[in-house]
Each structure stands twice: as C-alpha cells, then as structure tokens.
Design a binder for this molecule. Structure first.
Ligand code: PAF
Length: 287
C-alpha cells in the first residue's frame, strides 16, 4: 500500500493505474477505522482492481460546537487495517492540501431539499461540508465506484443525489451497517461512551427493530409509533434528536407511492450523538 499526501502524487499514481486498464474503487473515510470501514474496503476489492482509501477529518462538515478537535485520530492502526484488507493507495491529505485558500474561500456544493431535514436540520452546514469534500475527493481520485456505509443513510442519499445532479460518472454503492453482537451499529463515536452508556446504547437498534416489526404487523399510525419509540428511548436515558419514519427515497413523509420505508434515529447519550436506521419494503397492499 502506498500512502500519499498530495493531490498531485495521488493523481499521477491513479492515472498510471487507469492507463493499465484498472477499475478504481474508492472508500472515503475520516479514519479511526472499525470493521464497518473494513467491510467497505473488502467490498471495494470485489468491485475494483485498484482500491483507494482516504483518511481526512474534514473540518468543513463539523459545526462550531462539535467534536472536530477530539475526533479520534489513529493513523498507524488505520494503516495496518487498510493494508490487511487489500488497499492499494491511501490518501491522507492535510487540511491545507484540500482547502489551500482556507475554508471560507472554498467553493461549496449544496444539495437542496434532502439536506434540510433530519441530521441536516440538527447540524446546519454539515451536508454542505460532506458534499463539498466528497465532490473534491471524487474529482481527485476519479473512481469508477465509490462505497459508503448505510449507517449514514441520509449522507448516502445526499451523495447519490449529488452524483446524479452533477453528472459524476461514478457508481455509488451502499454497504450494510456493521453491528456489534448486541446490535449497536459500529461507529467511531462509540469509543466516547462510558460503560453505563455503552450498556444502554443497543436500545437504539432494539427500538428501531420494534418499530419495524410493528409496521410489518400492520400498524401504520406512524405519528403514534414515533411518539412511543421516542419515549422508550428517553426512558433509557437518551436525549432524542429525532426519531422518524420516512419515505426511503425522499426522506419525507410516507405516501401511498412509497415502496421503501426507512426508520431513522439520532439520539445522544451524554455528549455522544449516535445515529442508526433500518429499512423495510411495503408490499403493494401497503403492509
Ligand atoms: O462518512 C464519513 O466518514 C464522512 O462523512 C466522509 C464521507 C468521509 C466525508 O468526509
């Protein structure tokens, strides 16, 4: 695995791979890699002949009061994991390399509509930061395929829309959420949880699953389900940012035309904000 820090060096390495006829699969990350990230890399090795990963803790997607400074940085361990999983190139640019004129002068990519709800509503500017850095990384790497985790369901939807709207010639692949045995979705932020919070955290997925089962069993009083699930989570000590049952494509209210439903949650234990989701498909009868 070659680790490169400059746009120029990465471009020249990838261009040689492309000239040799290789298909490029790209996994952008912010590091502190866990087995969820490694499953993205493994899938990338199946979809491409040359796997490129990036580690860049993107300051543009963090709000002023968020965890940018404390975000876990574990480069050496990450490099070992990436190498073991079959990565060919690792791109670890500095903020100066990505934002040479500073963030204030950076042209920004704003994806409308789908970003003003859920995490977009709670984290103003977050998805502009994500869309901007991902479009820059796409232009630098020029991959054939890019892989993202389904845990960040809204992020994946935003990136899919951006790719469509800006005509990026890139196949976006979502990879199923990796979970601990108790159901907790793997996340770099799980490391912030103390023992008590860690023991409560699996309630997030358990509540999503109960809600999913209730809908499958025929309960379509979504407002009531949302209220009940939010109260359940509060009862377990979560501070609920949102619990929502949405159309899986628009992330808006479910309509009679919604074939796929997504149930999404963002909730904090102490200062640690966790997100998760489950999807389900309605049959034509609507149940
Ligand atoms: O999901 C992440 O780790 C980040 O949001 C991403 C896609 C690497 C952009 O910084």
């Amino acid at each position: 695995m070659q680790t490169l820090t400059s746009v120029k060096a990465l471009r020249s390495a990838i261009s040689a791979e492309k000239q040799a006829g290789k298909r490029i699969a790209f996994v952008p990350t912010m590091g502190n890699l866990h087995s969820g990230h490694i499953s993205l890399i493994k899938r990338a090795t199946e979809l491409g002949d040359c796997v490129v990963a990036s580690i860049f803790v993107n300051p543009l997607q963090f709000g002023a009061n968020e965890d940018l400074d404390n975000y876990p940085r574990t480069l050496q361990e990450d490099m070992d994991k990436l190498l073991g999983a079959g990565t060919d190139y690792l791109f670890t640019p500095s903020a100066k390399e990505i934002y040479p004129q500073g963030m204030a002068l950076q042209t920004q990519v704003s994806v409308p509509d789908i970003t003003d709800t859920l995490c977009g509503a709670s984290r103003p500017g977050h998805f502009v930061g994500v869309a901007t850095v991902v479009s820059k990384l796409f232009n630098i790497v020029q991959p054939d395929t890019a892989l993202f985790g389904e845990k960040d369901f809204q992020q994946l939807a935003v990136i899919r829309k951006m790719v469509r709207d800006l005509c990026f010639d890139i196949e976006v692949v979502g990879v199923a959420t990796a979970r601990n045995e108790d159901g907790l979705a793997l996340s770099s932020r799980n490391g912030y949880l103390n023992d008590e919070q860690r023991s409560l955290a699996p309630q997030l997925h358990a509540t999503l699953q109960r809600c999913q089962q209730d809908i499958i069993a025929g309960c379509h009083d979504y407002a009531n389900l949302v209220r009940r699930c939010s109260e359940d989570l509060q009862g377990h000590g979560f501070n609920v940012d949102y619990f929502a049952i949405c159309d899986g494509t628009t992330l808006r209210d479910i309509t009679s035309q919604s074939p796929e439903i997504v149930i999404l949650v963002a909730a904090s234990l102490g200062n640690t904000r966790l997100i998760d989701n489950v999807t389900l498909t309605l049959n034509p009868a609507g149940n």
